[in-house]
Design a binder for this molecule. Structure first.
Ligand code: URA
Length: 294
């Protein structure tokens, strides 16, 4: 079994446990999925790649998706895209999820140290979702992801793409700030156990938003989503796929704050140009030329 599949399986089990803990007794599963589970071991028989959506006209609003047969929740359904949700269904499901996440105390040490749960921010109808690592001190204080120095740089990147924070969705692998006992400042990387515990919430957010493209910011976002640890330098700039959604790995903005070289900025910008192309967003000549040597 690959690491990615094991990660997905663990996340699915945690998600089902969470649903059960909140009173869910039945989960709809498409007949085709049941048949596939009964006849095959999915890690041997998963199709190479689910279909990836085509570039859309230059608009950020999601394209209407063709109706599909009743489907299982995406987490159980490895073979077909998730059933489309109406805007009202998305709003209701995201609000219900927020209600469950805000009082979460699954990681007691993080719950004891936090000031706020940092749920996520932005447009839940957006086709574009950014996934970071975990809240830092500023995010913990304000209850909003990416509001510190790295966040301000991310906001600039989003604006340079011709968008704004209110037109994309931004979330983290972890919803609580990793605690730093004995220290008043500083950040630490989330542990695998913390990521494993928190990931089902992000998975639900992804299933509700159904983005057409995701951007994974930094190595920890990639590790959280895919269980891959080979490093962002090797992975950035190459499309991955998470539950049928194309994912662009790129450097975390905090890295660009530490390394101000034009060439590094250009790499991130090229990743964003690829994202814009995939979404069918307009790209001006000026935008194409950003961070190239004069
Ligand atoms: N870094 C992250 O990965 N996420 C935040 O929300 C802030 C900083």
């Amino acid at each position: 079994m690959s690491d990615a599949f094991r990660q997905l399986l663990n996340a699915m089990i945690a998600h089902l446990d969470d649903l059960a803990a909140h009173g869910t007794r039945f989960v709809p599963v498409a007949p085709a999925t049941l048949a596939a589970l009964a006849t095959a071991r999915p890690w041997r028989t998963m199709p190479a790649k689910p279909t990836v959506s085509q570039p859309a006209p230059p608009a950020v609003r999601p394209m209407p998706k063709p109706p599909t047969a009743p489907a299982a929740p995406a987490i159980l359904n490895f073979h077909s895209p998730p059933a489309p949700l109406s805007p009202a269904e998305k709003e209701a499901r995201m609000a219900a999820l927020r209600e469950r996440v805000l009082p979460c105390r699954k990681c007691e040490h993080l719950a004891a140290a936090r000031r706020n749960v940092v749920f996520g921010v932005g447009d839940i109808h957006s086709p574009l979702m950014f996934v970071g690592e975990a809240p830092g001190a500023d995010e913990d204080a304000q209850g909003e992801p990416f509001v510190g120095r790295a966040g301000q740089l991310l906001t600039k990147i989003i604006q340079t793409m011709g968008l704004g924070r209110d037109r994309v969705y931004i979330a983290n692998i972890l919803k609580c700030r990793p605690d730093t006992p004995g220290q008043t400042a500083g950040n630490r990387k989330p542990t695998p156990a913390e990521m494993h515990t928190c990931l089902p919430y992000l998975l639900e957010q992804i299933q509700i938003i159904q983005p057409r493209v995701m951007v994974a910011l930094g190595a920890t976002a990639i590790e959280g989503l895919f269980g891959r640890t080979e490093g962002i330098t090797r992975l950035r700039g190459n499309w991955l796929e998470f539950q049928g959604v194309p994912v662009m790995p790129t450097y975390h903005p905090a890295y660009l704050l530490r390394n101000q070289a034009l060439a590094e900025k250009r790499k991130v910008w090229e990743d964003m140009l690829a994202v814009m192309t995939k979404l069918g967003l307009p790209i001006s000549e000026k935008q194409r030329g950003f961070f190239l040597k004069a």
